[in-house]
Design a protein. Structure first.
Length: 366
């Protein structure tokens, strides 16, 4: 198995307390340098053996709480990069200062920032909005490109267009993506955080209508990840499939029929490493005992390969009525499993499906 997407958690600690955080383990503790080195070595071995590119992502927890480890990993990646390994960080930006930003830029670390809306929505959703936007402005002054990740929940679904307007004012922000809320970690059992289906359709529709107006005022357009995914899916020829439809008008669609894998975990190419060295198939699974595949010094490769393989998971939704029928971009295997556990009868349409179906209908409307 070649690890092409490695996620390192320098720490599970975080200075925010987002109500929908998927972290199962909130204990702090710093990842030992030897654990990070062993994980990066695995990626390097795969790159040298296959000559295929790879990526190392720093996440958690809030990785900027351990700045020395960030710099160490970034330096390791630069040393072995050979043009084939990239490094990135996902942060809430509350601890970014000029020195840390300069270090990230010096080592060409790709920066992602978690933002759920304009300041008032960010404050209600995550807290510390002033510090987050201070960090974003510091990145803008340093002209460091930023991608924004937004957790879609009931708290911001009515403000997605305002998010785009806010980001449009930061010329270094290149785009954004919507991560549907997953009912694990802090969000487990919090049904009030789950947006209604009508609210999702309305929010996506409004954002789709406003984005061209916003981009007309920018030198470079904001790229919306889900919109690009749907446009790419619509360009592909449909895949013949005859999914089973159950008595509740839900389709049982194996993720393996998707036109392309949703993520590296779906095709057995990813690994996430917790601060204690525990190995998991992806970041969202960290702390889940059923997903642990040994530790970085003794990896259970078979368990890692199969845990979220797309061949082993089935999407259950109104697929036969979807505007992307036969062109499904798929969904996160971990999210599919979490949704099934939280809603055993799966009466709700998965948020990913709602987003993609709505966008496909808007894109193909006369």
């Amino acid at each position: 198995m070649s690890v092409r997407y490695l996620v390192l958690w320098p720490t599970a600690a975080c200075d925010l307390a987002c109500p929908y955080c998927y972290r199962r383990n909130r204990r702090g503790g710093r990842m030992p340098t030897k654990v990070a080195d062993a994980a990066v070595d695995l990626v390097a071995e795969g790159v040298y053996a296959t000559n295929r590119p790879a990526h190392v992502q720093l996440a958690g927890g809030e990785p900027t709480l351990v700045p020395s480890l960030i710099e160490h990993v970034a330096e390791r990646v630069v040393a072995i990069r050979c043009g084939r390994i990239t490094c990135g960080i996902q942060t809430n930006a509350t601890h970014l200062d000029e020195d840390m930003i300069a270090m990230l830029a010096r080592h060409q670390v790709q920066v992602g920032v978690s933002v759920d809306g304009p300041p008032q929505v960010q404050e209600r959703s995550r807290g510390s909005a002033a510090q987050t936007f201070r960090g974003l402005l510091a990145l803008t002054r340093a002209d460091v490109p930023v991608r924004v990740t937004t957790v879609l929940s009931a708290r911001n679904v009515d403000h997605l267009d305002e998010l785009a307007v806010t980001l449009a004012g930061l010329p270094n922000v290149t785009g954004f993506g919507l991560d549907p809320l997953v009912p694990i970690g802090s969000a487990a059992g919090q049904k009030d955080l789950m947006p209604s289906e009508d609210a999702v359709v309305d929010g996506i529709t409004t954002l789709h209508r406003r984005l061209p107006q916003i981009n007309a005022l920018r030198a470079t357009p904001l790229r919306w990840r889900e919109l690009e995914t749907v446009r790419a899916a619509l360009r592909r020829a449909p895949v013949p499939a005859a999914p089973a439809v159950d008595s509740s008008d839900r389709t049982l669609l194996p993720l393996s029929v998707s036109n392309r894998p949703y993520c590296h975990a779906a095709v057995e190419e990813s690994m996430a490493v917790a601060p204690d060295g525990g190995v998991y198939p992806c970041s969202q699974a960290v702390g889940d005992p059923t997903s642990r595949a040994g530790n970085i010094h003794n990896v259970d490769w078979e368990a890692l390969r199969r845990r979220f393989s797309q061949d082993a998971h089935t999407l259950r939704g109104p697929c036969h009525r979807c505007a992307l029928a036969g062109r499904c971009p798929g969904d996160c295997p971990s999210r599919v499993e979490a949704n099934a556990l939280a809603d055993p009868e799966q009466r709700r349409t998965p948020l990913t499906c709602l987003i993609d179906d709505t966008l496909a209908r808007l894109e193909t409307a006369p």
